[in-house]
Ligand binder design. Structure first.
Ligand code: SF4
Length: 485
């Protein structure tokens, strides 16, 4: 089995002994926007498993948020150590090795690179250590937006960067302010950095979690066997049997130590701007964000999409697996049969996905096969959660036509993507976005469908149950919630 790990040494330790292994997919599926990262941390766990194994399970549940690297940090004999590596959670950690870790407090991270390349040195948690290996470990989800300025400022004060990730900027400030205590260090750092960050930092005796004042990326508090848990999504709680306590509020600092959990207050500096695409696209459908079931939000968008489709239909088919929730809402609203009429071969994975458009389409074709008997002669709605490059929609539409579909109408459960994200989501470069062409006839012809219907922003607000002003919608409206992005 491929496995790399490393016990870190030195200040701002990276993982210099690590190298890319074939555990890392050759090419990640960048045809779809990618979430940046996932965080899972446990404090004071003394249950039947050990804290490292609980963290491993939590990271497995968050694997969809980052597949390029994974890592954990923990305190052992008063010193902070880490195990990190490139690739999926299962490749980075061995169960035997984890079972030997006695620490009751562990911080974990899965990474997808949006700021800084996918190299081992950027794998998180990042460590900042003194000569005696005391110090801190940091896990971060999001992108800072004043990285360039702060990078320059830190260079001028003599800082030598050990990674190419914006997370090192956060860590550098936290480490510089450490003598104030971790909570004050977080407060001071939050006054300097801008952009998107849900972060958890571990030092010799506590975990501190903090979330940017806009609350772009989620972060939830839970409890398990008397221990506290922090995770990017509630789906990770379900796997380890933890209960949800509440979300970390936008701008809030949470401190967990020997005395228990306390809130150190909410920092001002912005209005909540929750990323709407966490609900309709990125998070797992079995997660709950701010009290809303992700599956039910997507299903509701599908039901609202039903009112916008004008074609006469016989059948609703989800794009596997991303269109399932919305397709179920659409089929229910239109009182039509919902059929899994496209089989996705899960074993072809990413091996064949290469950057060129032609090979990308070949990869999609290799992955999907239609159930022809369900499709022949039918007017079908093919439903997906989004239209990014249009590769999958184009290939699936062709598959349905080749299988004898009388008509293929594409239903997209989000508005067209037109703008980049600066807050931690990797969206393909603008000229690759299918919906940049505002002419719907061109777009429909390029996909090969009979019609394309997008959800409107209002459908998403209604489904999420939040006002437009509480949400970031910049990637489809162009209205960015922070100045200078
Ligand atoms: S720009 Fe889009 S993906 Fe990025 S935070 Fe805003 S809504 Fe989310």
């Amino acid at each position: 089995m491929l496995k790399k790990n490393d016990h870190q040494t030195g200040i701002f330790s990276g993982s210099s002994k690590l190298s890319l292994t074939s555990a890392v997919p050759e090419e990640l599926p960048r045809g779809r926007p990618q979430e940046k990262c996932g965080i899972f941390a446990v404090y004071g766990y003394r249950g039947p498993e050990n804290a490292a194994l609980v963290t491993y399970l939590g990271l497995l549940a968050l694997q969809h948020r980052g597949q390029e690297s994974a890592g954990i940090a923990f305190k052992e004999e008063g010193k902070i150590r880490a195990i990190k590596g490139m690739g999926m959670v299962d490749h980075v950690f061995s169960r035997r090795e984890l079972s030997l870790i006695e620490a009751d407090t562990v911080l974990g991270h899965v990474r997808y690179a949006t700021a800084g390349p996918s190299i081992a040195v950027n794998a998180q948690p990042l460590l900042a250590l003194s000569h005696d290996r005391t110090g801190m470990a940091l896990a971060h989800n999001g992108n800072l937006t004043n990285t360039r300025k702060l990078h320059h400022r830190l260079l001028e004060t003599g800082h030598i960067f050990h990674t190419t990730s914006d997370t090192e900027i956060l860590l550098t400030y936290l480490f510089r302010f450490r003598r104030l205590g971790l909570v004050e260090a977080a407060r001071k750092t939050m006054g300097i950095v801008q952009g998107a960050y849900s972060a958890v930092v571990l030092d010799h005796d506590r975990l501190v979690a903090f979330r940017d004042p806009n609350g772009f990326r989620p972060l939830v508090i839970g409890r398990l066997d008397g221990a506290y848990i922090l995770a990017s999504e509630t789906a990770a709680f379900d796997l380890v049997g933890a209960e949800v306590v509440r979300e970390v509020k936008p701008g809030e600092i949470i401190s967990i130590g020997p005395e228990g959990l306390s809130s150190a207050g909410v920092q001002s500096g912005g209005e909540p701007s929750y990323c709407i695409f966490e609900y309709v696209y990125f998070a797992r459908p079995d997660s709950v964000i701010d009290g809303s079931s992700v599956h039910l939000v997507r299903k509701k968008v599908g039901s609202l999409l039903a009112g916008r489709l004008s074609a006469k239909l016989d059948l609703v088919i989800p794009s596997p697996d991303s269109g399932v929730s919305a397709a179920s809402g659409l089929a229910e609203a239109l009182n039509l049969p919902l059929e899994w009429a496209i089989y996705r071969n899960p074993y072809l994975g990413r091996t064949f996905i290469k950057p060129g458009q032609e090979t990308r389409e070949m990869a999609v074709r290799l992955k999907f096969n239609p159930v022809t008997g369900l499709i022949r002669g039918k007017r079908v709605a093919l439903v997906d959660d989004s239209l990014v490059r249009g590769t999958t929609a184009r290939v699936l539409t062709a598959l349905l036509r080749d299988s004898g579909a009388a008509e293929v109408h594409l239903g997209i459960a989000s508005p067209p993507y037109k703008n980049p994200c600066y807050y931690g989501i990797d969206i393909p470069v603008p000229d690759e976005l299918a919906a940049l062409d505002e002419n719907m006839d061109h777009l429909t012809a390029s996909i090969g469908a009979d019609s394309i219907t997008f959800a409107e922003p209002e459908d998403l607000y209604e489904a999420v149950g939040k006002d437009r002003t509480e949400l970031c919608t910049a990637c489809f409206t162009g209205l960015y919630p922070t100045p200078g992005r």
